[in-house]
Design a binder for this molecule. Structure first.
Ligand code: CTP
Length: 412
């Protein structure tokens, strides 16, 4: 038993080796817990650079963080630069991940509005690394609309929020706002880095945006899909190390880094591209809004207006996802269901009919979810009868949940 435990610990020991973590500590009574977070990150092999705000120094001394991190502590932007790492742009670049723990309401507000008046806020603005915030504050401050809106803004931009715990607070009240235990915060960081390898060697096929069905050389039938959800899935799969093929209908979005993009226009073109890539794929996620019908004929020249009505005859397009379900051998197949009513019933019916592993359902009649929105509120139904409802999340966060599900199915 002791041997097993030691083995488990050995597997953990180098888990963050070679990772550079920039940790922002702000002025909360929970700042003392940040000391243990730094200590745990270092034990897992990470190099940790601490930035303290002025208020943080009222709670814990700089010396504590210097000793525990083994690095100089950054804070004063105007101090003479002795080591390159303590210059804010250098730290922003060096970071593989930025963690702000504890994050006060004030630092969240500054980050949400792009203010940059000290070492931490400038680093947050300058970095391209993933940013994690672990809020800690009085319940009323946490629940205040201002703070909630700031958190929502940060989420929409792709920041990760580590939810505070509920319990007894230093101000004498009890409620939501406690900084989670250091082990839980570190687990989130570890999870992020281990996930980054989770799809290495796997092929992920994603379809995105809507198709366009031409009527004549200048007109088409289209839909409101922007492709944001699919591009977020492709980006997240690439981040997890997968080889990603993104088959996209017309959209102004730029392809995420490291993704092979194939542009198509019509449902038939999308079908051909998807079928060509299907056999090699391990996971297939079909976010595309494919037109179910196309004009029976495409006029060779622009259709001129004339008196009276114009009737277009539409014929059925192939249901690509249905075909994939029929051909499925080992692929994990994920479909989407955009509905405006009876979401659960329609989604479950599509899941069964199209032989899917999961279906991601949303109600596109809601203004903050679905087409064009930065956010989405989805329920994921599984072929195993599972049903998971998510709150309003950024499309990046939804993408991460979808891939978590697909990955778990893959490993089974
Ligand atoms: N889909 C597809 N080919 C089509 C239509 C849809 O591959 N011709 C896929 C979409 O990419 C999505 C899923 O099927 O993953 C659900 O699409 P949706 O339009 O919501 O459902 P439909 O099957 O078209 O059903 P209905 O028109 O009854 O809503």
């Amino acid at each position: 038993m002791a041997g097993q435990q030691a083995q488990g610990m050995a597997a953990q020991a180098g888990q963050l080796a070679g990772r550079h973590i920039v940790m922002g500590v702000t002025g909360s009574i929970a700042a003392y817990k940040a000391v243990e977070v730094v200590s745990r990150l270092r034990k897992l092999g990470a190099e940790v650079h601490v930035i303290m705000t002025r208020a943080a120094r009222e709670f814990v001394t700089e010396m504590t963080f210097r000793e525990i991190s083994g690095q100089p502590v950054a804070g004063d932007m105007w101090a003479p630069v002795h080591a390159f790492q303590v210059e804010h742009i250098a730290l922003a670049k060096l970071a593989d991940l930025v963690l702000v723990a504890p994050a006060t309401a004030h630092v969240l507000a500054k980050a949400a509005h792009g203010l940059a008046d000290d070492m931490l806020s400038t680093t947050l603005l300058a970095t391209r690394a993933p940013v994690f915030f672990a809020p800690a504050m009085n319940t009323n401050m946490y629940e205040n609309v201002a703070t909630q809106e700031n958190l929502q803004t940060l989420r929409k931009r792709g920041c990760h929020i580590i939810e505070p715990d509920s319990g007894h607070l230093a101000c004498g009240t009890s409620g939501k706002g406690r900084l989670p235990e250091p082990a839980a915060i570190v687990a989130e960081v570890v999870r992020y880095f281990t996930q980054s390898q989770a799809l290495a060697g796997r092929k992920v096929l994603v379809t995105a945006a809507g198709t366009r069905e031409p009527i004549d050389p200048v007109r088409f039938l289209g839909n409101r899909s922007t492709g944001r959800m699919g591009f977020a899935v492709a980006a997240e799969a690439a981040r997890r190390g997968a080889e990603v093929t993104l088959i996209a209908g017309p959209t102004s979005l730029r392809a995420p880094a490291g993704v092979r993009r194939i542009d198509v226009e019509t449902a038939q073109e999308m079908r051909a591209a998807v079928l060509a890539a299907y056999d090699a794929a391990d996971i297939v996620i079909k976010t595309a809004a494919v037109a179910d019908y196309r004009p029976a004929t495409v006029a060779e020249h622009k259709i001129k207006k004339s008196e009276g009505e114009l009737t277009l005859t539409l014929v059925r397009n192939p249901d690509i996802l249905y075909e994939l379900g029929q051909k499925k051998i080992r692929q994990v197949l994920v479909g989407f269901a955009a509905e405006t009513r009876d979401v659960a019933a329609y989604a479950r019916a599509k899941l069964a009919k199209k032989n899917l592993d999961f279906i991601v359902a949303n109600n596109v009649a809601e203004s903050d979810a679905g087409f064009g929105a930065e956010t989405n509120r989805v329920t994921i139904y599984g072929a195993d009868g599972s049903e998971e409802r998510y709150p309003l999340l950024s499309k990046d966060e939804v993408a991460a949940h979808i891939l978590d599900k697909a990955q778990s199915r893959l490993s089974r």
